[in-house]
Design a protein around this ligand. Structure first.
Ligand code: AMP
Ligand code: MG
Length: 455
């Protein structure tokens, strides 16, 4: 855990190196003396290259999941006027003092008012106005008594015209009256810049009458798969070929993280195609490639990335997802675009995205690179660590008897996507521990917080 790379810790993408740091194969076993980055170091180097993006103004509903770029103060009071919290009778508190079922207060009903209306009448001593929930409290009235505390139903049942009403309870002054400005007063700060817009914030903004809000815009993320063996979904699979799961998988992860995926397709392992497909990423805020960054490759991807900008090829002390590229690609007429080169194996790609891509997107969104929630839980099966890397094992977390249990979801090979699909968390075996056994307590990074797990 303590071993550090020989070169400086700083400068991130300004370094050209790491192309010959030995073993880049995810499944090999010995690492003596080679340069490996701790997960935290890779994370720090990547994150220092990302900033919050600029604001945009858009319809409130479309802001869901984005971050407010400015404070919002209220152009009005909420509620705008004193109104009733119940269906009942608006009256003067002084008229119902001491009222009870045995000795009700009898009042003359001089009118009625529904939500959306404004009564022109004034409640005077000895009178009441029938009022509906949300209707403005009429002039003169200071208290609302709900139907349940009156003889209204009895009167109705006997065919009464409801010109009079008996109040059978002495409620406190102002009972069931929502005062103007109870929630928000005109000019009050309501939402702060930096707030994530959830459905509650959408509702708050709507309650202020706002149609649009200023939020940090979503990053556009160009996604490129590389490999001669890849075929797009929908096309027939030839001999030796596999479907390109990374394009869609990464795009889905980008969407889930709040970014806007821009699919650049599949680049074949040749210079021309790689250059051409990368060119189509111009204007993105970030690029994510997959494959071609480990040692076994023909190095075409590495060559092209290196030619086009400042690129690092790292080995990160983690399993899965050891090989990782990070740097900036130059575009003529534009500023360099940060690029994360994920490993090709589908689970490695997902886990590396989880560790580095998602926080980068969150940083651009103004949400900060917050970690996922994690819990401590009991393993129900072993995790093996064969070569001194931190292992992120796919587990299904469940809660039983007030305790979290982490069930390994099956084969942990970096190509086994279905064990990723069955997982809702990643259980951690530290780099310096050879294994974790069933019954051991581990830290679990929660990828999904199902209500069932959280309860
Ligand atoms: P590479 O890094 O190019 O050696 O790829 C590592 C492994 O990931 C190989 O088995 C590739 O076939 C596989 N792989 C690469 N890209 C993809 C992709 N887009 N979808 C599914 N598997 C992939
Ligand atoms: Mg390849």
């Amino acid at each position: 855990m303590q071993r550090h790379q020989e070169h400086g810790h700083h400068g991130g993408h300004h370094q050209h190196h790491s192309r010959h740091h030995g073993d880049d194969n995810e499944h090999s076993h010995s690492h003596s003396g080679e340069d490996m980055l701790e997960v935290e170091e890779a994370f720090a180097r990547i994150m220092e290259c990302f900033r919050e993006l600029e604001p945009e103004e858009k319809p409130v509903l479309e802001c869901l999941g984005q971050v407010l770029a400015e404070d919002v103060s209220s152009p009005l009071s909420l509620p705008p006027m004193a109104n009733s919290a119940m269906d009942g009778y608006a009256l003067l508190h002084q008229d119902i003092q001491g009222a009870s079922a045995a000795g009700p207060a009898n009042l003359e009903v001089i009118g009625r008012v529904a939500a959306g209306e404004v009564s022109t009448q004034t409640v005077t001593p000895g009178t009441a106005i029938r009022i509906m929930t949300g209707a403005p409290v009429p002039q003169g009235a200071d208290t609302v008594v709900p139907f349940e505390e009156t003889d209204e139903i009895a009167r109705r049942n006997s065919g009464d015209t409801l010109d009079r009403i008996a109040i059978m309870a002495d409620l406190p002054l102002s009972a069931n009256v929502r005062p103007a400005g109870e929630d928000v007063r005109k000019g009050d700060p309501v939402l702060e810049a930096g707030t994530v817009v959830r459905s509650s914030e959408v509702a708050v903004l709507a309650s202020l009458g706002m149609t649009h809000a200023r939020v940090i815009r979503r990053p556009i993320v160009g996604i490129l798969s590389t490999g001669d063996e890849l075929v797009s979904e929908g096309d027939p699979l030839g001999p030796g070929q596999i479907y390109d799961s990374n394009s869609s998988g990464v795009a889905a992860s980008v969407l889930a993280a709040g970014g806007v995926p821009r699919l650049l397709g599949i680049a074949r392992d040749n210079l021309d195609d790689l250059h051409r497909k990368l060119e189509e990423g111009a204007g993105s805020d970030m690029l994510i490639t997959s494959a071609g960054v480990s040692k076994g490759d023909y190095d075409m991807v590495k060559d092209v990335l290196t030619q086009r900008g400042d690129m690092n090829f790292w080995s990160v002390r983690m399993r899965p997802a050891k090989p990782l590229a990070f740097g900036h690609l130059d575009y003529s007429g534009g500023k360099p675009i940060p690029l994360i080169g994920l490993p090709g194996n589908p689970v490695s790609a997902m886990v590396a995205f989880e560790m580095f891509g998602r926080p980068a997107i969150h940083t651009m969104l103004g949400r900060g690179a917050q970690a996922r929630p994690s819990v401590e839980g009991v393993l129900t099966g072993p995790i093996y660590n064969t070569d001194g890397r931190r292992v992120y094992a796919r587990v299904e977390v469940e809660r039983r008897d007030g305790e979290y249990f982490a069930n390994p979801t099956g084969p942990q090979g970096s190509n086994i996507l279905t064990s990723m699909s069955r997982a809702n968390g990643l259980a951690v075996c530290p780099a310096d521990e050879k294994s974790k056994a069933a019954g051991d307590r581990v830290r679990i990074i929660m990828l999904n917080w199902n209500e069932e797990v959280a309860l």
